[in-house]
Design a protein around this ligand. Sequence first.
Ligand code: DUC
Ligand code: ZN
Ligand code: ZN
Ligand code: ZN
Length: 458
Amino acid sequence: MALLIQNGRVVTPERTFAADVLVRDGKIAAVGPGLPADGCETYDAAGCLVFPGFIDAHTHLDMDNGVTATADNFATGTLAAVCGGTTTVVDFATQDKGGTLARALEAWHKKADGKSSCDYAFHMAITDWNPAVAEEVGEMVKAGVTSFKLYLAYDNLRVTDAELYEILKRVGQAHGIIGTHCENGDLVNEKVAELRAAGKLGPRYHAPSRPDYVEAEAVARYCYIAGAAGVPVHIVHLSTRAGLEEARRARARGQKVYLETCPQYLVLDGSRYDAPGFEGAKYVCSPPLRSLDDQAALWEAIRNGEIDSISTDHCSYNLTGQKDLGRDDFSKIPNGLPGIEHRPAAVYTAGVAAGRMTENQMAALLSEHTARLFGMYPRKGAISVGGDADIVVWDPAARWTISAETQHQNCDYTPYEGMAARGRAKAVFLRGELAAENGEPVKEGLGTFVARGVSEYY
Ligand code: DUC
Ligand code: ZN
Ligand code: ZN
Ligand code: ZN
């Protein structure tokens, strides 16, 4: 039966307008005011905003960092995602050292297929570059994996500048987008060693082990090398004013630079590391939480339209049993924060409701621009005829408190504990099916793989 979502206000990056949305066979069949309800099931969205389903283009689900595996797998992570309003995630399939990209892709399909509650796609993280891997790039693009990830930090993952240059050239030929984790890994190692030698071992020393220039230097280097290779730049989890300024310089040189930031860099700051005892470990992620000045710079960049996407870097580890592997040494605390469930509420609360961004920018940064960047538009990222009926009916008047007690993330805390949230996903439709309502799941396991085309931002 067809579904008619009535009386809501549809949000696009350009405008917000009163319209009903007709859904048939999982696709959007019509958008307009006063559509006839004959023969339709109806959903009353009066008083609500109707957003395109939110896309989280940066998740680490079922990822083993070599010591411990993330608390969330695809079953729990995507269920939490859809409860919060996220209908598609793009996770990082990661090549093993000595392994092939094909094997990594197969492994990630095995983790996700048949277990996911929202739709999912993969970026391919290249960690071991060689001529055989270069031959596989085209196959990945054909398989719908049209974006790649590189690390400039983490000894078990990072590539050298020479490899970076070669990968950019090869992936560029296939019009793949390359998202890069920009931190200078050598400098991080030096800083960590200095702090440890000085007996500075608590979680609060995580931040000074990765100062802003560690990010800025890597952003600048990546931009110059991508410029040499003649390909667009995508920078993941930008966290600092200094890094932003390097990205601006590259843009001023005429380069295409796409920027992602994350809610934790907009909503939380480095003072969290001063929490008593080992509590600061909850906030250990890389890049680390930053200063209020960095936060202000990122909000200003959002206001100016300089940021392209807000995704989570969801990478959850329990405080008890995982984060506490680093109880005696901050450098052994597994890096990452949970956030897949709370991103829309955190962004709406701290952004839209606080007057720092518009609901239209939220539609752009959490949905449409991300879909365009990663080759999913207009199937995803828009409320437009013919696209997937991934729809979030958002109640802007809802008031609730973010808490680990009520979350679906499989983690023993949330970094947003106690946040007085404004707005909530009242109903979340995945390809026309009601998947979640008022923050609770309705129908699990609806997720399917999204084979993507190449980016339209090339
Ligand atoms: N940073 C994190 O905090 N976790 C996952 C990987 C990363 O880059
Ligand atoms: Zn990263
Ligand atoms: Zn990440
Ligand atoms: Zn529940």
